[in-house]
Design a protein around this ligand. Structure first.
Ligand SMILES: CC(C)(COP(=O)(O)OP(=O)(O)OC[C@H]1O[C@@H](n2cnc3c(N)ncnc32)[C@H](O)[C@@H]1OP(=O)(O)O)[C@@H](O)C(=O)NCCC(=O)NCCS
Length: 184
């Protein structure tokens, strides 16, 4: 027998009207707060990108044209932040969707789909030929979402790490009282 499709959560209230628009300076703090709730350190162990105010400020200051928010009743309830990039020695331009998030209370109402569709249009207007996304292998909801929205050709990437605390140089450095790098 075919497995049943996952049940959609019933909302107690009808969905308010949701507007997708370019992100503005006044949205930065709301986007940051929402991202803090969605991208927690435990769920997002990758080091090369982390959700912090510096990353967001930098992205917004250089790529505002490809940063979108979803707004309902005057509040930011979602965002899609991306940038167009060109790889060295490649004539192709890529649209990279860096951060996508929707307030948990509004999930599975097609808001991320609308954000991604609009961002895709912005990438195409900026001559991107390929759109890229990445996420943790265990982020099944995002992977489902991306597959459903036309992404494929999945490449697995492996992160390795090494604890340096047992390295004699680490021990020496941390035993040296003159090496106090801690901030006041
Ligand atoms: C992934 C995310 C952006 C999806 O937002 P959304 O607004 O709920 O997505 P949409 O309503 O447009 O699309 C829903 C579809 O995505 C997939 N999906 C979303 N959440 C899912 C879940 N928990 N389990 C399985 N599939 C899921 C399904 O295909 C779903 O379709 P369905 O509801 O008909 O089954 C949202 O869950 C989120 O903010 N996650 C945390 C941040 C994150 O992981 N970002 C992506 C990497 S940067």
């Amino acid at each position: 027998m075919e497995p049943l499709p996952p049940a959609r959560r019933k909302r107690s209230k009808p969905l308010p009207s949701v507007d997708i628009r370019e992100m503005e300076l006044r949205d930065v703090s709301a986007v940051f707060d929402l991202g803090q709730k969605l991208f927690t350190a435990e769920e997002w162990p990758t080091l090369y990108r982390s959700w912090d105010d510096h990353e967001l400020a930098q992205l917004f200051s250089t790529e505002a044209e490809t940063c979108l928010v979803a707004e309902a009743e005057g509040r930011v309830i979602g965002f899609a932040l991306g940038r167009v990039m060109q790889k060295p020695r490649s004539a192709w331009r890529y649209g990279w969707l860096l951060w996508l998030g929707v307030d948990r209370r509004f999930k599975r109402n097609g808001i991320a789909t609308r954000l991604v569709k609009q961002l895709t249009g912005l990438f195409i207007e900026r001559d991107a030929r390929i759109m890229l996304v990445d996420t943790a292998a265990k982020n099944h909801s995002a992977i489902n979402f991306f597959r459903r929205n036309g992404f494929g050709q999945e490449i697995r990437h492996v992160y390795l790490s090494q604890n340096l605390e047992n390295d004699p140089r680490y021990i020496e450095r941390n035993d040296d009282p003159t090496n106090d790098d801690t901030e006041d």
